[in-house]
Write a protein of this length. Structure first.
Length: 161
């Protein structure tokens, strides 16, 4: 069931703005469940606009993987924080909420491409780091992919995207 946005004046309706937030946010937070137990985690990521998906990397074992293998459905948020104005007692922000299903990237080329995209979106000197990355390290890295099936956005009125 999808809810309507109560504060229509804060709603982000432009798909380009939603994608921009996902692409420029430094981190995302995803929520997941396993056996009726909720769990959230904050991740560095990359947003692939052409495939409308988010990539992330993680350890080869642990709670996050256990949860995702049990239930691939996630709910996520990307937040751009524009700061708090103490004089006005107000916060400026823009956020995207999304849902999707997680799968895991297999194959060296696909892993290489998704990790390169993450590096390009997160690091200023990305080309040097990408060139120095070892084949073995890429093969050992677990890369998750969230295929987004729904997005909505909201922002404070003072934010221009």
């Amino acid at each position: 069931m999808r809810y309507h946005m109560r504060r229509k004046d804060n709603e982000i309706t432009d798909e380009g703005d939603l994608k921009k937030i996902l692409k420029t946010a430094r981190y995302i937070t995803i929520a997941m469940t396993k056996d009726d137990e909720p769990y959230i985690v904050t991740l560095s990521h990359a947003y692939d606009e052409d495939r409308n998906c988010v990539y992330f990397h993680c350890a080869r074992e642990g709670k996050k993987l256990d949860f995702l293998k049990e239930n691939a459905a996630v709910w996520g948020q990307a937040l751009l924080d524009y700061g708090f104005d103490e004089k006005e007692c107000s916060q400026s922000w823009a956020t995207v909420m999304f849902s999707g299903k997680v799968s895991f990237v297999e194959g060296e080329d696909q892993k290489w491409d998704s990790l390169a995209l993450m590096t390009k979106q997160l690091v200023v000197d990305s080309e040097r780091l990408i060139a120095a990355r070892s084949r073995q390290r890429v093969l050992e890295t677990v890369v998750g992919r969230i295929d987004i099936d729904y997005m909505s956005g909201k922002k404070t009125n003072d934010v221009i995207l």
